[in-house]
Design a protein around this ligand. Sequence first.
Ligand SMILES: Cc1ncc(COP(=O)(O)O)c(C=O)c1O
Length: 418
Amino acid sequence: MQLADRVNRISISPTAAVLAAAERYRAQGADLADFGPGEPDFPTPEHIVQAAIRALHEGRTKYTPTAGIGPLREAICKWHAAQFGSSYTVPECVVTVGGKHAIFNAFCSLLGAGDEVLIPAPYWVSYPDIVKYAGGTPIHVETRPEDGFSVKASVIEKAITPKTRMVILSSPNNPTGGVIPPDEYERIFAICKKHNVWLMSDECYSHFTYEPHKPYSIASVADSKEHVVIIGSMSKTFAMTGWRIGYTLAPEALVQATVKLQSQSTSNPTSIAQHAALEAMRGSMDSVPVMLAEYAKRRKRIVEGLRAIPGVTCEWPGGAFYAFPNVSAHLGEGKNAAAKNCTELSKLLLEKAHVALVAGEAFGAPGFLRLSYATSIERIEEGLRRLEKFCPEASTRTRSRNPSDSSARRATSKRAAR
Ligand SMILES: Cc1ncc(COP(=O)(O)O)c(C=O)c1O
């Protein structure tokens, strides 16, 4: 079938493909150690659920204004100001169908043919495809494991050309968990300002940061508004992935453009979900530190467990809920020689060990795997056991590259002796 060019430019989200493959195995009765899902395993907090139920009973089931109900737009501005010290007003806020929709609308409103968007790699799978859909050109810039995958202002500055229209930063990052420290963020902002380039700040994981990092927004910087697009989401912070509520905070003219787009596509985000989000913005945030404390325990277990597998290196993620190990020593001529790359390795892991995870290629990072630890400690233990059994030894070709190999091997042999 002849399809439109703009659809042929993009592919189905690889993370969605992993979820679907895992689901097929589960349907056949497989007991999966599932590190695939990029969503909290916690339920939506009860007070938020109750707000949605109330909204249903009160008949709040009609169309709302396209940009979202006024009280929610106002509550988002207040919440963002209280959390981060920003100063947005209602006309500078639009409620969207999740953070992804906010990103989609902003790209579609700002990018023209050939406009370049700088995307630090490893990147969230959807950025390059949405840029391409909008007619722009994604340009990947490097981050390094030894910097905790935090992008450097100097790297951004070098990559800027007359065609650069936007830089997109996500901190904490999916898939690496990398966090950009405020001073580096502000250096990047200064570069964007100097070159008259938009800075998109994806804050979807803002509240899941581990010590010493703290939630941070570039919107706290005075006079940043003119060059900044803030993308927010209820999905992760409030365990509300399925409710599909996000937002954009940006200059009014850009907000108006995205509302126009929204008025001809989705119309308003679901009315009931907006009332739930209103409670999230106004009500108690007690559930957030509880989730964070649990993620912190899992992070420790999974990173230590991965590092104990010979040939695997893994940085400490500064935030979010993903571990991003380098497993390149297990490609090529290792025991599981069939795996030439991580896409093949992840398929083998699903097929033979019933471990679901996402290959680094999906994030522009060959040689890496993404494991979501939004799952119980018991399932993490089980998954680590399976991984260790599947990858008992690294290929001699690459083994020496792993700086933590010797301590990792000691840890493994200690465990084996017990
Ligand atoms: C970095 C990042 N940004 C944005 C999103 C979009 O989230 P949602 O559309 O559920 O708000 C995700 C989802 O996984 C993400 O990982």
